[in-house]
Design a protein around this ligand. Sequence first.
Ligand code: PLP
Length: 434
Amino acid sequence: MAAERYPHLKVEDPEIYDLIQEQAKFEASTLKMIASESFASYCVLEACGSIFTNKYCEGYPGARYYEGNEYTDRLENLARERGKQLFGAEHINVQPYSGSPANQAVYRAILKNGDRIMGMPVSEGGHLTHGWKVSFSGQDYVQIPYGPDPETGHINMNKVREIALKERPKMIWAGTSAYPHLLNYSEFAEIAKEIDAYLVADIAHINALIIAGVHPDPVPYCDIVSSTSHKMLRGPRAGFLLSKIEDRYQSKYFAESKFNLAQRVDRAVFPGLQGGPHMHIIAGMAAAFKFALTDEFKQYGIQLVKNAKSLAASLQEKGYDLAGGGTDTHLLILDFRKKDFTGKDASKALAKCGIIGNFNMVPGDHRSPFVTSGVRLGTPSLTSMGMKEDDMKEVAGWIDRVCSNISNIDEIAPTIRAEIAEFCKLFKVPGMCD
Ligand SMILES: *Cc1c(COP(=O)(O)O)cnc(C)c1O
């Protein structure tokens, strides 16, 4: 938080400067537990703030529509090489502006408007872009829903197979935003093969777990894998797509096309959906990939799950219900279905005390999506700060104090907030502490 980091803003645009300082202070003194957030490194932040923001380079390396792209070509190739190495992928596109545009490109690469796709509704833990009604994906395509069993909170693969065989979607999404368990891509792949459907994994939430080897790897099983580079990957806010080069269904669905799968993915991103790539962001993505290739990052990925399991165990010891009975990933969902307060009440109370999460539906929820019965909490930010299993026990203590005092939260909030701010000082916030 050293002032000299933004010397020009400080002098010439103090309004923005002050907001950056306030946000940094806020993030460094609270427990950031939104499961889709973490901390980008100085390297990522510097690359994203670089002069590559000025350059226009529509197209791909070696085939641009503008001149002067020697260095952007080298930069994009560097990002692509690192990304392919990181995930062992045949092909990568690093240009999607974010996760949602990446998913939009997936649809355009393999489907036609009106096609049926299988995906999890947002209310069940899926993402908006997996066919939810208010998103383009639910308006231009038909979602065949599947989701966790309301009793167990686990996805039942027999049920998935049953739905797939009956409805015969042309594509299956395997990916979630709020599911605390592992996905079995090899079973998804068998099901997809039985009905000649494309299988697409969306690993935006769990890519670091895959890199660390604590979650199954979708790359061998899927036609396309979509991801963000922010969230637990700790890169810039952007998306990327991994894919096979050849389309195993070329003769069935794309006999008339002269483009293979990788080429169709690229053409869907540009010129299909986007114009010029954000080269400063691609620079940040390359920096994030470099870090993700280190052993330090793998340890972080492993620790994400250890911390979530420790937090889950402590909360369960204190009598809290968790959706799906616990966690195998970086996130857990407190299940308040039996309580007289809502998920929204709890997430607001937690935030007042410096624990920042979000309210979330739980499987079998009887409350509306606007209040819900759950709170989703994740470990990426805390793990990035260096917290370990024992620290999660402290965190569980604060969560318990908040959730057992929802009705008189204003009385105790200042004390808890101050305790948490003190606790945070014991750790180092990446990209913020010098
Ligand atoms: C976050 C997320 C996305 C979309 O990312 P944005 O960058 O917010 O558009 C897509 N899929 C899943 C599963 C996600 O969790």
